[in-house]
Design a binder for this molecule. Structure first.
Ligand SMILES: [Zn+2]
Length: 160
């Protein structure tokens, strides 16, 4: 095995290990009591944009969320069910146009690996209402090196 192939193989192994760790995190979330509503109830509860993101996994246009400019101290909760997901100290400017965080309240999200492409990102969802929030990338800052790329429409900011 040449060096390049070895490095590639090692990276793939680490990637798979991380994925299985996230899967373990997902299993922990079963302790959260689920919020299950009918489609009609979701439509009544959410704005059209929130509904498209949370219930149909749509992605908002980059740079459109007010939360891109939000840097006050506080907590970010799921717009669908108010479950806290991010602390303000985890937020950073990823320059992607989407609110980004380098950590999450792990027991409050579930993760799902896209199976259609090897390098596809891991999706994360609210553990209580199963609403789609965004994807996890490996290009975030330390200490985690992760970027939770979020749709601002899926979050509500509550100032401290
Ligand atoms: Zn939720």
């Amino acid at each position: 095995m040449n060096r390049r192939l070895f490095l590639c193989h090692t990276a793939a192994t680490v990637f798979l290990l991380k994925s299985s760790l996230r899967q373990a995190t997902a299993d922990n979330s079963t302790a959260i009591e689920k919020l299950r509503l009918t489609d009609e109830q979701w439509r009544a509860r959410l704005t059209p944009e929130q509904y498209a993101v949370l219930r149909y996994s749509e992605t908002e246009y980059a740079g459109t969320s007010q939360l891109n400019h939000e840097y006050r101290a506080g907590i970010y909760v799921c717009a669908g069910c108010d479950l806290p997901l991010f602390k303000s100290e985890w937020k950073y400017d990823s320059r992607t146009g989407w609110p980004s965080y380098w950590d999450v309240i792990h027991e409050h999200v579930t993760t799902r690996k896209m199976i259609y492409a090897f390098r596809a990102p891991v999706e994360y969802r609210c553990a209580r209402c199963d609403g789609h929030h965004g994807h996890i990338f490996n290009d975030g800052p330390q200490p985690t090196g992760l970027r939770y790329c979020s749709n601002g429409a899926a979050l509500t900011f509550i100032p401290a």
